[in-house]
Design a protein around this ligand. Structure first.
Ligand SMILES: Cc1ncc(COP(=O)(O)O)c(C=O)c1O
Length: 401
């Protein structure tokens, strides 16, 4: 079924609701149906041959495509790339989007560059599984563009990977600069923009080749699904789609539907989460028991000017350090009444975590410090609750810990 392409002049809210929805609606249903089919029969052999020769476009087998998944992909592509020139590949998780992309693009003997602040599992994949497959890598300090360019190995480096903003310190990468360095050396770029979302930042507009998101976070938005996406030029995405058909990691159509449903309110949620993130960052910065706040919307953030130039809003995640040790920080976290203690971010429920305990619990304090993870660091993901209630909650927990 043909899917609706959002006209380029539509804003993100209109695109979020209408893009990707099916034009020929099954039973005149306003919603896109969840198509649960492992396979799609052909009327006769002539119909099969017509399809194989590319004379008709239709579904064939569940691992190669599904109408609900295609609708989700068209919606996400419209949000990330309003000029309509890019396409999307939906994956069963954010990690699947990242690993499928790297596996498809980097051959054995190839080399990739990653930055030092970022999602731990991405680095782990590069360090362990990719290394076993004969792919080499260099880790460069986030924001060190001289080191980045120096790390490029002519003919061997295939991909530069970074997040922007990064996890958990919310560092912002100079996207045009990275794109320019990569173009000069004929290397492809991939930005994991999960923390920014296409509402706040669209890396493709700055010359980046591929953008990934964990849709589990803001795009799905309700803490009820796992999904990921990679978006870029059709030829690149087509190669990734072929790889996905071989690797076999496919998003379930139920999750694809939940994602479509979640994305319809994405722009509204982002407005609230951006506003809460900013208000809470300002509140925390002025609190005597908070020693440091990491939020790109604050003038005190080292990449604030870059963030203002590249981003429309700064997101709902605020990282901060409090005046205390590991135990005092846990006391503070335990006293919060609204946010749940849980990994993840971007959903309607506020979530809080101590990165040193959530992701680096197996390391000693000294080892954590060596990888830049302080014991008094807290990461708060603002949900869509009332901002004033979140600030009241933070106030009582900071007064008591
Ligand atoms: C920046 C970033 N990228 C990717 C992922 C992985 O996403 P998923 O959990 O959907 O696989 C996460 C998960 O927390 C993340 O924070």
């Amino acid at each position: 079924m043909p899917v609706e392409q959002s006209p380029p002049d539509h804003g993100p809210s209109t695109a979020a609701v209408h893009a990707g929805e099916q034009r020929q609606r099954a039973h005149d249903s306003i919603t896109t149906p969840i198509v649960l089919a492992a396979t799609y029969p052909f009327d006769d052999t002539a119909a099969l041959v017509e399809f194989q020769e590319g004379r008709v476009q239709r579904e064939e087998y569940g691992r190669y495509g599904n109408p609900t998944i295609r609708a989700a992909e068209a919606k996400l592509a419209a949000l990330e790339s309003p000029n309509g020139q890019d396409t999307a590949l939906l994956c069963p998780s954010g990690m699947s989007a990242i690993t499928t992309t790297i596996l498809a693009m980097v051959p054995s003997g190839g080399h990739i560059i990653i930055t030092d602040d970022g999602y731990r599992r991405t680095r782990q994949f590069v360090r362990t599984i990719l290394a076993r497959l004969g792919v080499e890598h260099t880790v460069v300090p986030t924001g060190d563009y001289t080191a980045l360019e120096a790390a490029i190995r002519p003919g061997q480096t295939r991909l530069i990977i970074s997040e922007s903003p990064t996890n958990p310190y919310l560092l912002v990468i100079d996207l045009p600069r990275v794109a320019e360095i990569a173009r000069k050396h004929r290397v492809k770029t991939m930005i994991d923009a999960t923390f920014a979302t296409p509402f706040n930042q669209r890396p493709i507009e700055f010359g980046i080749d591929l953008v990934t998101h964990s849709c589990t976070k803001y795009l799905g938005g309700h803490n009820d699904l796992l999904a990921g996406v990679v978006i870029g030029k059709p030829d690149l995405i087509s190669a990734l789609r072929d790889a996905q058909g071989i690797l076999g990691g496919i998003c379930d159509p139920h999750s694809a539907y939940l994602l479509i449903r979640g994305v319809k309110t994405f722009a509204l949620r982002m407005e609230r989460q951006n506003a809460s993130g900013m208000a809470i960052a300002q509140f925390l910065e002025s609190h005597p028991r908070v020693t440091r706040v990491y939020y790109p919307g604050l003038p005190s953030h080292p990449n604030h000017d870059l963030a203002v130039a590249q981003m429309h809003g700064f997101g709902g995640v605020v990282s901060f350090e409090i005046d205390g040790d590991l135990e005092a920080t846990s006391n503070f976290v335990d006293r919060l009444r609204i946010p749940y203690i849980a990994p993840s971010l971007g959903g309607v429920e506020s979530l809080v975590e101590q990165p040193s305990l959530m992701s680096f619990y197996e390391l000693s304090s000294e080892e954590r410090l060596a990888v830049g993870m302080r014991d008094n660091l807290v990461r708060l993901s603002c949900g869509i609750e009332d901002t004033a209630d979140l600030i009241t909650d933070l106030t009582q927990a900071l007064d008591l810990f």
